[in-house]
Design a protein around this ligand. Structure first.
Ligand SMILES: Nc1ncnc2[nH]cnc12
Ligand SMILES: [Zn+2]
Length: 350
């Protein structure tokens, strides 16, 4: 609960989440539960893995993206069976629902699992079951986005993409993303995979300008022809590029609490949210890895409100952009916009 008078309105807003890594919703308590259930000993001498409380405490002190990724990749070793992947995603959807999420486009990292001997089908079947349950039981529409890991050789991405071809064709997968370590891994190296995806009509996004330079945002746009930029907080450093992003209606999926925890900025107030609003850049507010960064989507909305004191009309515009930039069909978008209109009327902003 944030201190602003807009809190009830922010809580009620029909939210769309575009930037959440399902593996980043793995809480220390679920990690320990699954490790026990699967008889997995996390092989580390790090005292942080001594208890859920110790791990949560360590998550308060990440020094960089790579420091976080170290814990992210170790922790997910407790995910073994379809049921584990389903439970992880289901627990996220329950929390998202309670935060007012009505549509969620979620990332996952298959290479982080296939690389340790878990079958690709185990991962996607588990996540798909949770998505279907969320649609049926929570009225929460969902899309799955497969992310490629940029710290691994590009050939590894090509193999993973080939493995997923049928799921892209049937629509079980809605899009392609690129994540993991950023500095030193310029996105242009994935040009061929993204080019193939484009010819097949597959939606495309990439993490860029999180820790890495604004040039990586330009490269993701030019070389990968992405339709979204994940994070993109360095975009404001290049006004021409920012204008282009605004004109082309490229959605920037921002994750304020993540940026503070990973020390990309010292404070939410440093994020270019006011600049983006003034320049017509479309953006959404998201949680990234909520179990690691101390907050789910509503906490991120509250952090932005406390930092920027936005008006209800500005939040309406942000929500509208989030719906417009989604990868669901027009019918679903119309329905989400109608929900937004009703919320505006309910709070006296009709
Ligand atoms: N914030 C982040 N940046 C890059 N890759 C990630 N994978 C999970 N979270 C990430
Ligand atoms: Zn991310």
């Amino acid at each position: 609960m944030c201190k602003t008078h807009l809190h009830p309105f922010l809580a009620a807003l029909p939210k769309v989440e575009h930037h959440i890594h399902l593996e980043g919703a793995l809480s220390p308590s679920l990690l320990f539960t699954l490790a026990a259930r699967n008889s997995i000993t996390i092989p580390t001498s790090d005292a942080a893995f001594g208890s859920p409380a110790a791990l949560l405490d360590r998550y308060n002190r990440f020094s960089s993206l790579d420091d976080f990724l170290h814990y992210y990749f170790i922790g997910m070793k407790c995910l073994v069976k379809e049921q584990d992947f389903e439970q992880l995603a289901w627990e996220y959807f329950l929390k998202a629902k309670s935060d007012g999420v009505v549509h969620a486009e979620v990332f996952f990292d298959p290479q982080a699992h296939t690389g340790r001997g878990i079958a690709y089908e185990t991962v996607i079947n588990g996540f798909t079951m949770a998505c279907q349950r969320a649609e049926g039981e929570l009225e929460l529409s969902t899309k799955l986005i497969l992310c490629l890991l940029r710290h691994l050789p590009v050939e590894d991405s090509t193999t993973t993409y080939a493995q997923a071809t049928a799921d892209f064709e049937t629509g079980r997968l809605a899009g392609l993303g690129l994540d993991s370590s950023e500095k030193g891994f310029p996105p242009g190296a994935w040009k061929e995979v993204y080019g193939t995806a484009k010819t097949k009509g597959i939606r495309r996004t990439a993490h860029a300008g999180e820790e890495g330079p604004v040039e990586y945002i330009r490269e993701a746009l030019r070389e990968l022809d992405v339709e979204r930029i994940d994070h993109g907080i360095r975009l404001a450093e290049d006004t021409d590029l920012m204008r282009e992003v605004a004109e082309k209606k490229i959605l920037v999926t921002m994750c304020p609490l993540s940026n503070v925890r990973l020390r990309c900025v010292d404070d939410v107030k440093e994020l270019p949210i006011r600049t983006f609003l003034d320049s017509g850049v479309m953006f959404s507010i998201n949680s990234d890895d909520p179990a690691f960064f101390g907050g789910y989507i509503l906490d991120n909305y509250c952090a932005v409100q406390e930092a920027f004191n936005l008006t209800a009309r500005e939040w309406e515009g942000i929500t509208r952009a989030a719906v417009d930039g989604s990868w669901c069909n027009d019918g679903r978008k119309d329905h989400l916009l109608e929900q937004l209109n009703q919320t505006m009327v309910q709070f006296g902003h009709g």
